[in-house]
Structure formats: structure tokens, C-alpha cells
Design a protein around this ligand. Structure first.
Ligand SMILES: [Zn+2]
Length: 481
């Protein structure tokens, strides 16, 4: 039997060290990671009054002091407050493998002091937790990556490929998204053939006990569409059958009945396979069997019908479009001269916004209704973009074999669940740039206590320490021979 180094370390710690119980970290690493975390939380990086640049500069100095050459630490960005840091950890010279890019946003959402029990821009330790804005989203991961870059560098570790860490601006809001800016303005700095984004994915725990590791392997594409119809109107005492309102709501009824085609991809197949095992283990054999039955071609219709009743499963197997806003009419006593609706779509990878707009036109089946694409700023266009969330690549061995190895060491038997996010993260930019992007994070958060963007945001200290240990092992495994 091969001894597990993690177990050896845990045993060593339990017999008389002073730091946190079961922390997998040696005192020097624990102190380094906590001090970087504290420094980051205490630099305000909100869009309103904060400075991402200050945080980027602080991390640049840390890495410089640890021996990274200045030429591998680039500050770049569109303005004085929104500079990004790109740090390159050089691999074996002349290595055949292309770099892996790790994206971590430095900005945080606003944190009104009045709503908080503690100062959100002080890292406060209380009852085994660190409190402060960004402790979950995502200064924990920023600190984890910077710590491990420093630690591995000091140990003389040379990976088989370059690692690039991009600490960036404006993921949460603001006009200067750092990932977008770097891909557009400094592509040579962030050129990579895979992206890791610790902002999505992570370990779900219950009362501190890890239950499942979720990793994001693809995202749906977001798309809003404006439906509009016009009518000359008239006096409401003399109604006609062509009311703008009924014209629109009739068409929306057709949309409500329409079901987008069933479609699986590499990620959602892996998701249902793993979920079937999880359901079987928990005793829900019907759901387990249904999940396996929809993997057949064609999918079993009865099994599919049962699964579709759950919104998350339905959203996983097809594009969805739903009317979310309506406005119509100009007076209580007049026939409406206009009726508008917003239809919000979440589009499966491999399909474009324009293709979805064409489907809407067909389903609404009324040439009197104009269907326009609406961008994030609310501007209307007669055509959707050809932007596409590319079909996800297979779960690549160079990314996932090391992950499975590390997880087997740290959390033997914990299910690993690949997911297609129905929301969006900065991976939306790297995916659009054609780089396979994976949300991988080793910090465990209790599912009933998620506080990202919320008041009194916190992270369990032991969970943070294990997150440091996770990326320490994972980076070594990724960069191994
Ligand atoms: Zn985030």
C-alpha cells in the first residue's frame, strides 16, 4: 500500500502543532496565504471608489520579491484604476505544451458598511471564518493562486508548460472587463490552449462536509430579444380584432408551447452520467435510470418527460426562451398603438443568437411582429450576432487526469460533476476566443450558506487552507511530466 502524503501530513499535524486543526498547510504557507488574503480584502476594489490597480500592484510586488523576473509581470489596462496583472510562471524552456491561463478577477461587488456586522474591507477572523468582501468571490482564489505561484517558485518547481495568472478588473460590473481587454489588446500575453477559472465551480459541502465537486466545463450563451408590434390604434369603444396587445400575447402563447430540440454535448452527457450515479447512491433509482435512458439515441421519451419537469434538467438539455417583460398601450381608453415584450434566451453551446432569433420568428409565426436582438446596453439590432458558445470539447485528459489524481488524494470517493453553467462568468470571453475553459476551484462552501455578493460574506478558514493545498497539488500535477 502506498502511503498517502496528505494523510501523513494530517497525522503529523494532529500530534502537537499550533495552527488550525487539520489544516493541511505548513506554518509558513499558512501565514503567507493568510497575509496575502488579508492584503487583498483590505484593498477596496469596488467599481465605485476602489482601485483594481492597487491590488494588482501589490500582487506584482509580492511576486517580484519571490523571484519572478519583472519582465514576466505585466501591468496593463485601459485606465489608471483598472490595470490588470499578468504573471507568467515559465515552464521548461522549449517545452512542446502551450501555456495554461488562469483567470481570477480582483474586483468585488459593492459592500455598504451599514448592512455589515464587520468592516467589509477588513479581514476579520471570527468563529473559524474569515469575514470580508471578496472572501468567497473571489479574493480567496486570488490569494490561493498568488500564494502557490510564490511557494512553487521558491521550491524550484519548473512546470512542463507555462502557467499564466491574469488578475483582472471588472468581472462584477464596470466598463473595463480585464479578460476582454487583455484578449483584445494584449493577446500575446494571454495566449493559451486552456483556461482555468476558479470563479466558477467548487466543492459543495453540507455542515462543512464535502458532498460533491462541481466543475464548469461550458456555458450557455445569453441573449435578449425585443418583440414589438404596432397598430394605428383608435377609440376603445369601437374595438377591432387586430389589437396590438392580443397580437403579441397570441404569439407569446405559441412560444410558450414551443419546445426547443433536445440536445446533449460532451459536458452534459458526463453530467447526467455522474448525476445518475449520485442519485443511485442516494436511493433515487427512478431518476438514476431516467438519466441513463436519455443518453440513448434517440432518448427514451418517457424518461425525458419525467426529467424535463425539473427546470434545471430541462435547461440542461435544450435552449430555453421565456418572455420576461411586457409593455403596451398608451391610455386606458384607447386601442393600444404598441405592444412590446422582452424574451430572454439561454442558448446551448454550438448555436448563435441569430439562429435563435430566426427560430423565434418562425415560432411566433406573425410577420407583423418585429423580432430584434438586444445587446447588454439595451441597443436593438435587426440581426443577432454570430457569436456562438462553441460546442464544448471533450473533457481533456491533460486537465482532468491531474484533477482526478489530486481529488483522489484529498477527497477519496468525492463525486466530480462537470456542469454547463446557465449563468455566465469571465469564461464567456475565453470561450468566445476559442480557448477551452474550465471552472475549477478547491474551496468548499456550504450550499445553504453561499454569500457571494451578499452581506457578511465569509469563508471557512480550514476550507480556505484546503483550497490553498488543492491548487498547490493541482498545479504540480498539471505541470508534471
Ligand atoms: Zn466572481
Amino acid at each position: 500500500m502506498k502511503l498517502n502524503p496528505a494523510l501523513l501530513l494530517l497525522t503529523a499535524l494532529s500530534v502537537g502543532t499550533l495552527f488550525a486543526q487539520n489544516s493541511p498547510l505548513d506554518p509558513a504557507t499558512e501565514s503567507l496565504s493568510h497575509s496575502i488574503f488579508k492584503q487583498l480584502v483590505e484593498i477596496n476594489t469596488t467599481d465605485s471608489i476602489g482601485s483594481v490597480t492597487s491590488a494588482a500592484e501589490a500582487m506584482q510586488k509580492r511576486l517580484l520579491d519571490a523571484g519572478f523576473p519583472a519582465s514576466d509581470l505585466t501591468l496593463a489596462g485601459p485606465n489608471a484604476r483598472k490595470m490588470n496583472l499578468v504573471a507568467r510562471y515559465r515552464g521548461t524552456p522549449g517545452g512542446a505544451l502551450k501555456p495554461i491561463l488562469i483567470i481570477c478577477h480582483l474586483d468585488v461587488v459593492e459592500a455598504p458598511q451599514a448592512e455589515w456586522a464587520t468592516n467589509p474591507f477588513k479581514l476579520v477572523e471570527k468563529d473559524g471564518f474569515f469575514y470580508g468582501r471578496g472572501t468567497q468571490d473571489m479574493k480567496d482564489s486570488d490569494a490561493i493562486l498568488v500564494t502557490n505561484f510564490i511557494r512553487l517558485k521558491k521550491q524550484g518547481f519548473v512546470p512542463s508548460r507555462d502557467f499564466i495568472l491574469a488578475l483582472t478588473a471588472d468581472e462584477e460590473g464596470g466598463k473595463s472587463n480585464g479578460v476582454d481587454w487583455l484578449l483584445t489588446n494584449k493577446p500575446e500575453l494571454v495566449k493559451a490552449d486552456a483556461v482555468l477559472n476558479p470563479d466558477s465551480g467548487g466543492i459543495d459541502s453540507e455542515a462543512g462536509k464535502p458532498v460533491v465537486m462541481v466543475l464548469e466545463a461550458t456555458e450557455k450563451l445569453y441573449g435578449d430579444f425585443e418583440l414589438s408590434t404596432q397598430n394605428p390604434g383608435g377609440h376603445s369603444s369601437l374595438p377591432t380584432r387586430d389589437s396590438a396587445i392580443y397580437q403579441l400575447t397570441d404569439a407569446l402563447s405559441r412560444l410558450n408551447k414551443y419546445v426547443f430540440p433536445f440536445e446533449l454535448n460532451a459536458v452534459t452527457r458526463a453530467y447526467f452520467t455522474q448525476m445518475a450515479a449520485i442519485n443511485k447512491a442516494s436511493g433515487d433509482t427512478q431518476t438514476a435510470a431516467d438519466m441513463l435512458a436519455i443518453l440513448n439515441t434517440p432518448p427514451d421519451p418517457t424518461a425525458l418527460a419525467r426529467l424535463e419537469a425539473t427546470p434545471r434538467y430541462n435547461a440542461t438539455v435544450r435552449t430555453t426562451c421565456i418572455a420576461t417583460m411586457l409593455s403596451a398601450g398608451q391610455a386606458p381608453n384607447a386601442l393600444p398603438q404598441f405592444a412590446n415584450a422582452n424574451v430572454n434566451c439561454r442558448i446551448l453551446p454550438g448555436h448563435t443568437q441569430e439562429e435563435t432569433r430566426q427560430t423565434l420568428i418562425k415560432v411566433l409565426a406573425d410577420s407583423g411582429i418585429k423580432v430584434q436582438y438586444k445587446d447588454d446596453a439595451g441597443t436593438l439590432f435587426d440581426k443577432g450576432t454570430e457569436r456562438v458558445s462553441p460546442a464544448p470539447p471533450p473533457l481533456r485528459a491533460d486537465i482532468f487526469d491531474p484533477l482526478h489524481k489530486v481529488m483522489a488524494e484529498m477527497y477519496p470517493g468525492l463525486p466530480i460533476l462537470p456542469q454547463m453553467e446557465t449563468g455566465a462568468s469571465d469564461s464567456v470571453y475565453t470561450i468566445a476566443a476559442g480557448i477551452p475553459s474550465y471552472g475549477i476551484n478547491g474551496v468548499a462552501i456550504d450550499t445553504n450558506d453561499e454569500r457571494a455578493h451578499a452581506r457578511d460574506e465569509n469563508v471557512n478558514i480550514l476550507s480556505f487552507d484546503r483550497g490553498v493545498d488543492f491548487y498547490y497539488r493541482y498545479l504540480q500535477a498539471l505541470g508534471g511530466k
